[in-house]
Ligand binder design. Structure first.
Ligand code: ADP
Ligand code: MG
Length: 398
């Protein structure tokens, strides 16, 4: 039986645990030409959610343009791709499509051709990001082109632009870029916009601070933890299906084991899936030699955690060695104090770091995606983006 636990790739809607409400929201936005910001930490399933929604919408005949801004080192290549994909997704004859694309995106002066042998559109832009309007100007021209394309579609055929890790588009561009993008997006009535990102604090500020251009530009959707009982159910059902957990008579024990996996992975969906995937592989190996022992149990779960952190040891060592002494102490404090009250006198004294260095370290570790902040009412907690890294630190550096 194939390992049912998948991590590190975009999941489709059939594979997602929960997220039905979120999918519904994204779909509604696509079909109503709305604007939506999807905000959530890395590894929680934003990209999978967007992919699932995009697949469904494309399946219903809508035009969905979806990009990860991190994959495009410069705006020219992103905008080029947008124009190419637009040509591909339009309906009609090749010549007509070429003309339409040139007209919609005329301010980009695109050279558009169709390579019959590769069955592919090739686009080169007649403008570059270094010209006066800059990178943002290029993007805004593309957005205006998409809006013209969208307005030209038959009734019921919607057009959506999804940009994942959207903060990359803004980085280094300043408030003028935000203003330019806003003034385009807010006048567009035909295109749905979905901007997503992992820099939760930055994106929350961007969209909720009244002095920023993006204030109230669209709805907000936070992608957080999956409901624990449902995630536990998903784990149990799959291990039962594989014959690694008893189907009946052990409900309480099964629940306990699934909760241990969730706890050790801090319920981060990517980590839970990676954990379960590795466990499944272990169980399958055991099954070959000693089928009577191929049952999930606590010892095997703990051994699996050990395997995972050892497997990632070269990577974790490298990250760890790249940190300053104070940053290392800050990470020790996060583990020992469960991420809370890290600038309190007691903590600062125990770890021998001044409150201001502690604050700076936590900030830089957050910017480097080692830590993330969880804000709940009244208090701030720091936790590891990768909970297995915390286990590694705990095992090898204390
Ligand atoms: N709803 C979900 N159900 C089960 N696993 C999920 C879910 N969302 C995410 N995952 C797991 O997390 C991994 C990373 O998801 P991804 O969509 O890339 O997250 P993000 O874009 O937020 O970083 C997936 O490959 C999958 O293993
Ligand atoms: Mg992602």
């Amino acid at each position: 039986m194939k390992n049912p636990f998948e991590f590190g790739r975009e999941l489709g809607s059939e594979e997602l645990v929960n997220r039905t409400e979120e999918l519904g929201i994204v779909q509604r936005v696509i079909e109503s030409g709305g604007k939506l910001f999807v905000i959530g930490p890395r590894r929680f399933g934003k990209t999978s959610l967007l992919r699932s929604a995009a697949e469904r919408a494309s399946g219903q005949g809508h035009i969905v343009l979806r990009y990860n801004a991190e994959s495009y080192p410069e705006m020219g290549s992103l905008v080029g791709r947008i124009v190419e994909d637009s040509a591909r997704l339009l309906q009609g004859k090749v010549e007509k499509k070429g003309e339409q694309i040139k007209r919609y995106f005329r301010s980009l002066r695109p050279d558009v051709s169709f390579a019959v042998t590769q069955n592919e559109w090739k686009v080169s832009l007649g403008v570059t990001p270094s010209e006066p309007a800059g990178a943002t100007g290029l993007l805004v021209d593309a957005l205006n082109g998409i809006e013209e394309l969208a307005a030209d579609q038959p009734e019921g055929r919607h057009v959506a632009l999804i940009i994942d890790e959207f903060q990359e588009v803004l980085s280094g561009e300043g408030i003028d870029a935000e203003k330019q993008i806003r003034s385009a997006v807010q006048t567009h009535k035909h295109t749905a916009y979905i901007f997503a990102g992992s820099k939760t604090r930055m994106l929350t500020q961007l969209t909720t601070d009244p002095s920023r251009p993006f204030y109230r530009l669209g709805e907000l959707l936070f992608v957080g933890m999956l409901p624990r009982p449902e995630f536990a159910r998903f784990l149990i059902d799959n291990f039962v299906r594989g014959g690694f957990l008893p189907q009946t008579g052990a409900e309480e024990e099964n629940r306990k084991l699934s909760h241990l996996i969730l706890d050790l992975s801090e319920e981060v969906p990517f980590n839970v899936q990676m954990f379960a995937h590795t466990l499944w592989d272990h169980l399958s190996q055991i099954q070959v030699g000693a089928p009577e022992r191929a049952y999930l149990n606590e010892t095997l779960i703990r051994d699996t955690l050990d395997t995972i952190i050892r497997r990632n040891d070269p990577f974790y060592t490298q990250v760890w060695n790249g940190l300053t002494a104070i940053q290392k102490k800050a990470l020790h404090a996060v583990i020992a104090e469960d991420g809370e009250r890290l600038q309190s006198l007691k903590v600062v004294k125990t770890f021998g770091v001044s409150p201001s260095s502690m604050r700076k370290s936590l900030e830089s570790l957050t910017n480097r995606d080692v830590l993330r902040q969880v804000e709940s009412t009244g208090s701030v907690r720091f936790c590891f983006e990768d909970p297995f890294f915390a286990h590694w630190i705990d095992t090898f550096t204390f």
